[in-house]
Design a protein around this ligand. Structure first.
Ligand code: BES
Ligand code: MN
Ligand code: MN
Length: 459
């Protein structure tokens, strides 16, 4: 392993240059104008897999963007690790807020700036570079490895569940390793054991069949924007509790034991607030900030529109209004049930004089993974060696909808070993990745394969 670790050290600069080539590809899965570029990112991953010595490299088609598969299966009698990640990225807009263009990766200090640098191309590359380093220095891998890198994570992985179901044998494994989450803080690596799910809706409110003179009609006609705001205002009470009927029925509350563990994490509300320039945190009464962020469900309006938005005053009543509403869910909420709850709520509280349409944009289940599985313990050891400090067990507020499917369809425990940080602007302008953590991530990946193989044999 020492030889592998020195190889990682001495090839560090080249590993950054190669990552830059990957980051230059604008693989924006949400925007079909970029479909050829998105495919090019898949081809890049496949070519890299061939180059480093993986076998059976394939670009597998789906109804949307393709999945890249590759493997190395010559570690007889050793366990099989399936490494999952995504080569697609979020749209970069608003472009004017980027200091450097999003697809021209730029190194400044100990960071590399580019869309996709931390989410998730940089983290996918950590594993590819780790596999390269092991193959180059030892001629093999300590465990069998399969990789699947998909291109639709940022649009909710719509085609991945049927893909898993159709390729169960190809993807059969003992554990799934995913690096697409965050650490607790700089110099505080961690394994994530909880992710939130997601239920995302669009509401369309329609009133009169045209925009109207607000003097001639105002007062006797329902205003769709007012109606929408009235409805949204009722969705949460003043203690921050979501009012949809049955919303909390299946929520697994934080146990006293977990609460005590969360309280041991070094959390500073002041630091959190200053990171994003807010005066205070707000949220559901009776819960700490970490509980609110990680272990409690939310309801947030992500977009709202309607009416006149041009310069000056236009005295007009809108005919329509709309909003995007996202709910982050926790174990054991079911996004399909939440859709029914939203419809029931609207039925009960719908202001009169308007019609309301609910569109389900997408849903994904929450995940709580075991913290004592052999692969999680192996990953904790790997992080401790690579970072020289004890790692934390943490949860996260984000979502990776496919995690629950992996556990159900492949019956293998998932390990979320992430290297991002909350201040790295994932999905925002000036996304970046810390280069020291890139190199330590590569080492963690190699150490993990070795530790896991060893611990698996000892079990
Ligand atoms: N990598 C993130 C998820 C994430 C980020 C998990 C930070 C934990 C910590 C992923 O790429 C993502 O953005 N997921 C979306 C899911 C959605 C598009 C269905 C999310 O969480 O909004
Ligand atoms: Mn991601
Ligand atoms: Mn993302």
């Amino acid at each position: 392993m020492n030889e592998t670790l020195s190889y990682i050290d001495s090839n560090g600069e080249r590993f950054v240059e190669e990552l830059k080539d990957f980051l230059r590809i604008p693989s924006i899965s949400a925007n079909s104008t970029y479909d050829p570029e998105t495919r090019r990112a898949a081809e890049f991953v496949a070519a890299e897999a061939v180059r480093i010595g993986l076998e059976n490299v394939r670009i597998l088609e789906t109804a949307g963007h393709p999945v890249v598969y590759a493997d190395w299966l010559h570690a007889d009698g050793k366990p099989t690790v399936l490494i999952y990640g995504h080569y697609d990225v979020q749209p970069p807009e608003p472009l004017e807020l980027w200091t450097n263009p999003p697809f021209e990766p730029t190194v400044e200090g100990d960071s590399i700036y580019a869309r996709g640098s931390i989410d998730d191309k940089g983290q996918v590359f950590m594993h590819l570079k780790s596999l390269e380093s092991l193959l180059a220095t030892t001629g093999g891998l300590p465990a069998n490895v399969k990789i699947i890198i998909e291109g639709e994570e940022e649009v909710g992985s719509p085609n991945l569940p049927p893909f898993l179901a159709a390729h169960k044998e190809l993807l059969a494994c003992d554990t799934v390793m995913i690096s697409d989450t965050t650490m607790y803080d700089y110099e505080m690596p961690g394994i994530t054991y909880g992710l939130r799910g997601l239920a995302y809706f669009e509401l369309h409110v329609v009133g009169p069949d045209r925009d109207l003179h607000s003097g001639m009609f105002g007062g006797a006609v329902a205003n769709p924007i007012n109606a929408l705001c009235e409805l949204i205002a009722k969705m949460k009470d003043s203690a921050g509790r979501v009012q949809l009927p049955g919303f909390y029925d299946n929520v697994v509350d934080v146990s006293p034991k977990e609460r005590a563990e969360l309280e041991r994490l070094p959390y500073s509300a002041t630091d959190f607030c200053s990171m994003i320039n807010i005066p205070i945190t707000v949220g559901e009464a009776g819960y700490s900030d970490l509980e609110r962020l990680w272990a409690r469900p939310t309801l947030d309006v992500c977009g709202i529109w309607g009416g006149y938005q041009g310069e000056g005053a236009k005295t007009v009543l809108p005919s329509k209004a709309a909003a995007k509403i996202s709910m982050r869910l926790v174990a054991n909420q079911d996004y399909r049930k939440v859709a029914d709850q939203l419809r029931a709520f609207i039925q009960e509280h719908k202001p009169s004089g308007v019609s309301i349409e609910v569109i389900e944009l997408h849903g994904g289940p929450p995940a709580l993974t075991p913290t004592d599985s052999v692969p999680v313990r192996a990953a904790l050891r790997a992080l401790e060696t690579a970072f020289g400090t004890k790692p934390f067990l943490i949860r996260s507020g984000g979502s990776i909808p496919i995690v629950a499917d992996f556990e159900e369809q492949l019956g293998a425990p998932v390990v979320l070993m992430g290297f991002g940080l909350p201040d790295q602007n994932a999905h925002s302008p000036n996304e970046k990745m810390n280069l020291s953590n890139y190199h330590r991530g590569i080492k963690s990946s190699a150490l993990f394969l070795q530790e896991y193989s060893r611990m698996y044999a000892a079990e």
